[in-house]
Design a protein around this ligand. Structure first.
Ligand code: CA
Length: 224
């Protein structure tokens, strides 16, 4: 799950990002409204968290632009203001939730989870596909009684493959989601991790295979 956090208070942004990373979400931070909108428009995020008072462009304008482009990504607004009219304005523009600062970290994470669930994506402790189970808490890939530990990147790649089963995921999409836009990651990084995952699937005796469409990307399926 990839989350965009648009927040100009650097310390708060970093603290929230850290909190979400501990919950195994991958997080990008934008510190002003314009770069926040640019990132949001990429469409690669599962959730967007928007502060309202931001330099260059405020959170409402970002939200209006996102919804004008028919982007349905869930949006949570964050603000120091607690006035009801602001909440109504945010909800009118198409925000899915609203949290007033200061807030408890527990409540923040609970709302993040709720919004990701509402999006209809798989946000459970285990993801299953054919004969394999991806265990989110243990970071393990299991088949029958056998299991193998996954590294963070391997886990994220496997999660994307299972969540998009039968669809080819382009290599660029893995790079964007897992390494981020600014990363130096090259396409051969993804190839290396895919080869690790294939070995691990073989180790646990899984029927499921990661297949490649040459020059395009990868998808997961059971061997016919
Ligand atoms: Ca602010």
């Amino acid at each position: 799950m990839k989350i965009l956090l648009v927040e100009d208070e650097i310390e708060l942004a970093e603290a929230l990002a850290e909190l979400m990373k501990k919950s195994k979400y991958s997080v990008d931070i934008a510190n002003d409204g314009e770069s926040g909108l640019d990132c949001a428009m990429s469409g690669i995020y599962d959730l967007i968290i928007l502060d309202i008072m931001l330099p260059k462009m405020n959170g409402y304008e970002i939200l209006k632009n996102i919804r004008a482009e028919k982007l349905s990504t869930p949006v949570m607004m964050l603000t120091a203001k607690s006035e009801t009219e602001d909440k109504i304005k945010g909800l009118d523009y198409g925000a899915d939730d609203y949290l007033t600062k200061p807030f408890e970290t527990g409540e923040f994470l609970a709302r993040v989870r709720a919004l990701l669930r509402r999006k209809g994506e798989i946000e459970e402790d285990r993801l299953e596909h054919k004969d394999i189970i991806l265990d989110k808490n243990a970071y393990e890939l299991c088949c029958g009684k056998k299991s193998v530990k996954l590294g963070m990147k391997e886990y994220q790649i496997m999660e994307m493959l299972i969540a998009n089963q039968h669809n080819i995921i382009p290599k660029e999409r893995f790079i964007e989601k897992i390494w981020g836009f600014d990363s130096e990651a090259e396409y051969n990084n993804i190839e290396v991790y895919i080869s690790f995952l294939r070995k691990k699937l073989a180790v646990i005796g899984a029927q499921v295979k990661i297949k490649a469409t040459r020059g395009v990307g990868y998808y997961i399926d059971k061997e016919d």
